[in-house]
Design a protein around this ligand. Structure first.
Ligand code: DQA
Length: 147
């Protein structure tokens, strides 16, 4: 099964962007970790990043016809985008939301994620490892759905 792993705005700057919050690993490192984890779980991934809200929405719409699940770190759009939430709700796919940082420990404007309303599970605060856990979570959801 193919899983879309979607990353929102500013995540292209990982490694240099506030490393005290987001760590020193780059987006490429994150992609490599996801590819390795997916391989071990017999999943394929399509790993993408965009700074553009509409592009993320179009990718979610695309996933409907080609993917078995979506992992998404919506970054700043988590806290603002009803449109991205709506796209995920319309996808009818299992969705796992990931944040590198623990959004609940940070400023109060980060405590609400609209995207969480469309997510089966949410992982935050575990850095890149959260993406590996999200892939495991999706694999578990798909295995259960097959039974
Ligand atoms: C983030 C948390 C968001 O609040 C923030 O806007 C980001 C990254 C995270 O991965 O911790 O850009 O989604």
């Amino acid at each position: 099964p193919l899983i879309f792993v979607l990353n929102g705005p500013n995540l292209n700057l990982l490694g240099t962007r506030q490393p005290e919050i987001y760590g020193s690993e780059t987006l490429d490192d994150l992609e490599a970790l996801c590819a390795e984890t997916a391989d071990a779980l017999d999943l394929a991934i399509d790993f993408r990043q965009s700074n553009i809200e509409g592009e993320l929405i179009s990718w979610v719409q695309e996933a409907r016809s080609v993917a078995a699940g979506i992992i998404i770190n919506p970054a700043g759009y988590s806290h603002t985008s009803i449109a991205l939430m709506d796209a995920l709700l319309a996808s009818d796919l299992p969705v796992v939301e990931v944040h590198l940082s623990n959004i609940h420990r940070r400023e109060s404007f980060r405590h609400l994620s609209y995207v969480s309303k469309a997510a089966q599970g949410v992982i935050c605060g575990l850095g890149p490892h959260g993406y590996a856990l999200a892939l495991r979570g999706i694999a578990g959801i798909l295995a259960q759905a097959e039974q």
